[in-house]
Ligand binder design. Structure first.
Ligand code: ADP
Length: 143
C-alpha cells in the first residue's frame, strides 16, 4: 500500500470542547504521523475558500460561520493508505450515522459540527494541505 498524506482539521467544536489532546491521541495511536500542525482561526472568507466546492449548497453559510467561530487545528498526516484509513477513523459525516467508536460518533453533536475534517482523495489532500501549509512548514521535507 502506498504512503499517502491527508489533511485534517480539528474543527472549532473540537477545540472548544477541549478535545485537541484526546482526538490527537486517537490519530497518533492509529498510526498516523503528524508532519505539519498549527493553530489558526479561519475567517468566513478563508473558510469559504476551503469549502469552495460547497458554495452553492444551502448549508454553506452555516458551515463558514461555524468554521470561523473559533480556533481550529489543521494538520497534515502521513501513513500508508492514509485517505481511506482516516475517513474510517473519523466515521460518517453525520455523527448519527457514524460507526460506533469513531471520532465523530464519540464526540460530534451534529452534521454541521462534526469535530474533524478529513480529505476525501489523495489529490484533494494535496490541495487542502497547500491551503494551510507552506512547504517549509512540513517537517517531513526537512533534513
Ligand atoms: P466530510 O467533511 O465528511 O467530507 P462533506 O464534504 O460532505 O463531508 O461536507 C463538508 C462539511 O460540511 C461537513 O463535514 C459538515 O461540517 C458540513 N455539512 C455537510 N452537509 C451538511 C448539512 N446538510 N448541513 C450542515 N452542514 C453540513
Amino acid at each position: 500500500m502506498a504512503v499517502e498524506r491527508t489533511l485534517t482539521i480539528l474543527k472549532p467544536d473540537c477545540v472548544k470542547k477541549n478535545l485537541i489532546g484526546e482526538v490527537t491521541k486517537r490519530i497518533q495511536e492509529s498510526g498516523f504521523k503528524i508532519i505539519a500542525m498549527k493553530m489558526t482561526r479561519l475567517t468566513k472568507e478563508t473558510a469559504g475558500g476551503f469549502y469552495d466546492v460547497h458554495r452553492e449548497r444551502p448549508f454553506f453559510g452555516e458551515l463558514t460561520d461555524f468554521m470561523s467561530s473559533g480556533a481550529s487545528v489543521p494538520m497534515i498526516l502521513e501513513k500508508e493508505n492514509a485517505i481511506a484509513d482516516f475517513r474510517k477513523l473519523i466515521g460518517a459525516t453525520n455523527p448519527a450515522e457514524a460507526d460506533k467508536g469513531t471520532i465523530r460518533a464519540d464526540f460530534a453533536d451534529s452534521l454541521g459540527e462534526n469535530i474533524v475534517h478529513g480529505s476525501d482523495s489523495v489529490e484533494n489532500g494535496k490541495i487542502e494541505a497547500a491551503y494551510f501549509f507552506a512547504e517549509s512548514e512540513v517537517v517531513a521535507n526537512r533534513s
